[in-house]
Every structure is written in C-alpha cells, then in structure tokens.
Ligand binder design. Sequence first.
Ligand code: B12
Length: 327
Amino acid sequence: MQNQIIQLAHSFGFPLVGIVPAEKSRTFLAYEQWLTAGMNGELDYLRENAEARKSPESVLPGARSVIMLGMPFGEVERTAREEFGDWPVMKLLHKLPQDSAWDSLPKGWGWVAEYASSGIDYHDVIRKRLKKFQKELKAAFPDQTSRGIVDTAPLLEREYAETAGLGFIGRNRMLIHPEFGSFFFIASILTTEKLPFLPLLTHEETLRLRRACETCGKCQKNCPSGALSDDGVDVRRCVSALTIETRGDFAPEMLPLIGNRVMGCDECQRACPWNQKILKKRERTAIDLSSVPEMTEEDFRRVFAHTPFWRATLPGLKRNARLGEKE
Ligand code: B12
C-alpha cells in the first residue's frame, strides 16, 4: 500500500511524499515561545488556536497517521496556464528576468512573491487534488476516515513535513528540499488508518542538511526589514506579512524597506543556496496595479476572487498599489 500512496501522490502533482505517525507535536514549546515574544504580531488566530496545534488529534479525532505532501509552485503554475489562462488577473501579471533591477519596473507595477506568481489561489488547486486523493484512500481503506488540509488547519505543518523527510527546516524557517529548494507548498492528509512510517529523506540526511544550513546565514543577512533572526520570523516586520496580512497603513519607516514588493516577499528564499538552481529556470513576476486605486469592491471581486491577491483585501491592495506609484 505504501507504494500505492506514493504513486497516487505523484499522480496528483505531489512529488514530495512521506508518512508519519499522528503523534503530538515535538516543537510546540518553540511555538509558544514565539507567541510569548509577540512575534505573531496581528495574526491573532495563531494565539487563539495555539492549543489545538499540540496534536493532530484536534484536526481529526482518532488520527493515527499523517501523509505529508509537497507540491512545487511550478505545478500550480501549470494548472493556472491550462485551466485559468483567460482569467482577468492574468492580464495584469508580467514575467521578467530574475535579475531585473528592483527599481526597473514601470510606474504602478510591483513584485509578486513566487508563491503567488501563478495568479490562482493555491488552496483551491491543492484542495481539489486532496479530495481526489482521499477518495482513492477510501477505496483502499473503506473503514478509515481522513481529512485533507492545506495551511488553514491548526497543524504545525513544517514540523510534520520535516519528520516525514520532505526536507529540513532552514534558518529562514522554510522547509527546504535539496532538489526542490523551498519553492513548494505543504499539504497533509490525516487518516485514522495506521500506516507505516515512511520518510522521504532519512533522519540522518535531514540532520546533515540542517547542520550545513546553520553556518550559512545568507537568509538573515538578506531580509530587507530585519524580520528574520535566530528567534524566527517577526511578523511585525516581515514584508510578506505586512503586504498580505496586515491591515491599515504601513508605518512610514517601513516604506523604504518594503520597496515595491506588493505581494509577499521572497528575499530570504532568493538568498538561499538551495534555491539558486531553481531561480535560474524561473522568471520573476510583477503585477500592474495601476487600475487598483479606482477599483470598487465589485471590480475587486471580478478580477481578484480566487487569486492570492484576495487575501490582501481591496483596502490592503490599494495601500500596496501606492508602493509602486513612484514619481
Ligand atoms: C503564519 C504563517 C506565515 C506568517 C509567519 C511566518 C512564520 N515563519 O511562521 C507569515 C505571514 C509571515 C508567512 C510568510 C510566508 N509564508 Co507562511 N505560513 C504560516 C502558517 C499558516 C503557520 C506557520 C507557523 O506555525 N508559524 C509559527 C512559527 C513559530 O513557526 P517557525 O518559526 O517556523 O517555528 C516552528 C519550526 O520551524 C520549529 N522551530 C522553532 N525554532 C526553530 C529553530 C530552528 C533553527 C529550526 C530549524 C526550527 C525551529 O518549531 C516551531 C514550531 O513548529 C503556515 C502553514 C501551517 N499551518 O503551518 C504557512 C507556511 C509556513 N507559509 C508558507 C509560505 C510559502 C510563506 C511565504 C514564502 C510566502 C511569501 N513568499 O510571502 C512566506 C515565508 C516567510 C518565512 N520565511 O517563513 C508555506 C511554507 C512552505 C515551505 N516550503 O516551507 C506554509 C507551510 C504554507 C503551505 N501550506 O505551504 N507565513
């Protein structure tokens, strides 16, 4: 059955797959310390559902195993091209060379982080695949129940993904795989079936990779806003959080640090040695936000519903659009 699960994962666009027992979190203390330091900023939900992150049991009662999955950003982009190519948002996205100068963009444009470069919401794509996967699982194990999740359920995804050998957690706190770098999404299927422990990378390999990462530090040095330290990512300063999650105006002193990154930030990933090979094969995405300041909620829905930009909300996107309005 393990082989069947691996094959299914591959066929649904998850080249990274490993299985772990649904045991309690080992890193919950680190999570609590991060919260105590206030590093979750405005992301109150991370504090409110903290307890639930102690165990997969709170995501699926009776869970015995977790199938951890990784989908490269490229897979979501392929789906976007094949199924959503005529979406209004696609006309606003532009592909440029990776080494384009930061101030080379026309007025009204800004940089989009790689995770959002497809123009479609990865949750939508991944959830559909997880549903199909779960159906196959049900056919193989009719007595089990399962729950597929991506992002929004209270599970410390990177911890379980690391245990499943999908990569190692780097100093930038991204899960990094030697071949796929960190440019992939994590998803999980929790099941009440007891499946054998099946890590992708061995524990020894993961530890070796982690140790090598400890002596590099390029991610911390290249964080534009000083949000990344050995204590983790400080949401109050992280450009990704500021442009996507934070509501209201930016503090004036943050403006030069955010630059014209209007949707997320990748600097800690762009600096990572494990991503260099991948970046060479990818173009960098910019978005033309010049029409956004005049948009109504209705326009916003028409252009941005089911895209990664929806999360920023219309007031947030209008605020971000001002970042690209250089004189
Ligand atoms: C909240 C959140 C954010 C917040 C906070 C980021 C953060 N680092 O926590 C903000 C909005 C800033 C954010 C930004 C981004 N996010 Co986000 N985010 C999440 C979310 C929902 C929860 C993460 C969380 O629990 N944070 C809490 C803190 C305490 O986590 P932590 O610092 O990593 O610490 C944990 C471990 O690393 C470990 N640990 C603690 N100390 C130490 C010390 C060392 C040395 C090590 C190695 C480990 C370690 O224990 C802790 C508890 O498990 C997850 C999905 C999920 N449910 O897990 C996605 C997730 C982490 N995000 C993701 C992505 C893609 C991004 C961005 C790249 C998007 C972008 N380009 O703008 C950036 C990257 C920023 C970064 N360097 O982490 C992906 C990451 C995929 C991957 N390959 O790792 C996830 C997994 C979503 C998904 N399903 O794919 N995100």
